[in-house]
Design a protein around this ligand. Structure first.
Ligand SMILES: NC(=O)c1ccc[n+]([C@@H]2O[C@H](COP(=O)([O-])OP(=O)(O)OC[C@H]3O[C@@H](n4cnc5c(N)ncnc54)[C@H](O)[C@@H]3O)[C@@H](O)[C@H]2O)c1
Ligand SMILES: [Zn+2]
Length: 341
């Protein structure tokens, strides 16, 4: 089969021929139809410090996918050949207190497909049946292929009650834009999204009814005055990973406000903790998706009018994967989807 492999410890990914994976009794084999390129995949391509210390070489990369089950292991009872699916790319253990309590997304033994073990950028993916998420007919393969990052957005957005609240999203990358769309969908009052990249802000306004603010040229507090956000934002979602984004968010929050933080700051970054204490803010770190509550919620919302399709800005046949990665690396794309048909 074809696979996009991190074959050498240096920048790049290579299309190689690989054997089709052999599945175990509790696993399924999935014929991959579409995959999404994630910022994580770009780190792996670039072979930065994180990638070099995390990713074993060689490795089949990729974790955002949709496809169809073509084989089921002998102990798999509730899935059948022909089932269209996506799936949770975090493989969990069975030992930790968290897993035994059913809080699967908090398992410290989690391994990621396409990061620690063979991934989805291939014609075939081997996955535990437990991780499979069947897709209803209403969700096509390209949306199925971006449920993983949509799940990051949904997990973050549903961390706090948003109904009637004023929400600030810092960072209009694909995940920030989708989180803003979710906040709008579930009934926030105002949803303001910031970035320093005009193309990203324009994309945000195309995807959802949100207020884009370019913090490189506009004063966020003037925008708040215009929207009659008197004391500050009730809920913040940090989606930039930029220390400046988080700092501005802290400054714009209401007393007692709540921040869900998905963005990953680079290394140790300075934080003015006194403002967080004096504003009595709650900050929640968000990792991955709740398994499988986030999946349930996002599929339910997609079936009930949440429309994030326009966040997909580039589509390529997989033979042109390098162009897809180039679009990602350029920094103004939304989601980039590769077709394995
Ligand atoms: N915690 C998790 O499980 C998890 C999962 C996926 C992604 N992430 C992280 O979530 C973040 C969002 O992911 P993405 O793929 O959308 O990222 P991205 O890099 O595409 O988007 C980040 C955006 O933030 C903008 N930005 C930079 N400085 C800013 C500032 N001062 N104020 C406002 N915006 C600013 C950038 O221009 C960019 O458009 C990243 O930090 C990523 O590493 C975390
Ligand atoms: Zn991803």
């Amino acid at each position: 089969m074809r696979a996009l492999v991190k074959a050498k410890p240096e920048p790049g990914l290579w299309m190689e021929e690989r054997p089709v994976p052999v599945i175990g009794p509790d696993e399924v084999l999935i014929r991959v139809r579409k995959t999404g390129i994630c910022g994580t995949d770009v780190h792996i391509w670039n072979w930065d410090d994180w990638a070099a210390k995390t990713v074993p070489v060689p490795l089949v990369t990729g974790h955002e996918f949709a496809g169809e089950i073509v084989e089921v292991g002998r102990d798999v009872e509730d899935l059948a050949v022909g089932q269209r699916c996506s799936g949770e790319g975090h493989l969990i253990g069975h030992h930790s207190r968290q897993v035994r309590a059913g809080r699967f997304h908090l398992d410290p033994e989690t391994r990621g497909i396409g990061v620690n073990v063979a991934g989805a950028f291939a014609d075939y993916l081997r996955l535990p049946a437990f991780n499979v998420v069947p897709l209803p007919d209403s969700i096509d393969d390209e949306i199925g292929a971006i449920l993983d990052p949509l799940g990051n957005a949904v997990h973050t957005a549903l961390s706090f009650d948003l109904v009637g609240e004023d929400v600030l999203v810092t960072g209009a990358g694909p995940i920030g834009i989708m989180a803003a769309a979710v906040a709008r969908h579930v009934g926030a009052r105002h949803v303001v999204i910031t970035d320093v990249n005009p193309a990203r802000l324009a994309l945000a306004a195309e995807v959802a009814d949100v207020v884009p603010v370019n913090v490189a040229s506009e004063d966020l507090h003037q925008v708040m005055d215009r929207l009659k956000i008197v004391q500050g934002f009730d809920v913040g979602m940090e989606m930039s990973g930029a220390p400046a984004g988080f700092d501005q968010m802290v400054g714009a929050m209401v007393m007692g406000g709540r921040i869900a933080m998905l963005g990953i700051p680079p290394g140790r970054s300075p934080v003015d903790w006194s403002r967080i204490v004096f504003k009595a803010l709650t900050i929640k770190g968000v990792y991955g998706r709740e398994i499988f509550e986030t999946w349930y919620k996002m599929i339910a919302m997609l079936e009930n009018g949440l429309n994030i399709r326009r966040v997909i800005t580039h589509r390529f046949p997989v033979a042109r994967f390098a162009e897809g990665f180039a679009a990602m690396r350029e920094g103004s794309s939304g989601k980039v989807v590769l077709d394995w048909g």
